[in-house]
Ligand binder design. Sequence first.
Ligand code: SF4
Length: 214
Amino acid sequence: MHLSLSRVHFPVTTLGPGRRLGIWFQGCSIRCPGCISADTWGPGHRRVSLDALLEHIQPWLAQADGVTLTGGEPFEQFDALLALLQALRQRSEGDILVYSGHSLEALAEQLGQTRGLIDGLISDPYQEHSEQTLALRGSDNQRLSLFTPLGEARLAHFQRPLHASDKALDLMFDAAGSVWMAGIPRRGDLLRLRDLLHSQGHQIQTSAHTSKRR
Ligand code: SF4
């Protein structure tokens, strides 16, 4: 079993409770206007085996409070998603939160097959003209659904408005010196960051310039 992977990171602190393992799938055909993750739209060129991915994340799984699967669109690689969910459930006691740009109704069949494996799901496409007032969501049309007792225990308190104290972004540097962000930026955050860096003589290009986010 292989999957197209964008990246993995630990710890992520902006996409669910605690210090989380984040796994970004590569590939999304939904293409919401205004999405900030346009780098995950294409099919990508990094296909990894599930076994290699599990070996890579094993040290983090032992420390993680939970796992967030996002992208890209995880449900567009459903067989790999299902196998990964089964493996994560066996290896971790943390909660599993999944982001999808598909509606809850459109995912009904797949969710029947993931019963007991997904604790919380944030569904529905990002809408750049909807308000953004809810925790963990990029636009207010997106729904947080809880499917398990663990999801209720760990994620129910995110059925609430955004708080001013909610952290929006994790900033990360990779081995090549590139910086990238995880989380749910507030509207205009990336353009403000670009302007701030530009005023200090730096150049930054983000997909918010051309479009977008979940
Ligand atoms: S917001 Fe999510 S579902 Fe929408 S285009 Fe971006 S990655 Fe795809």
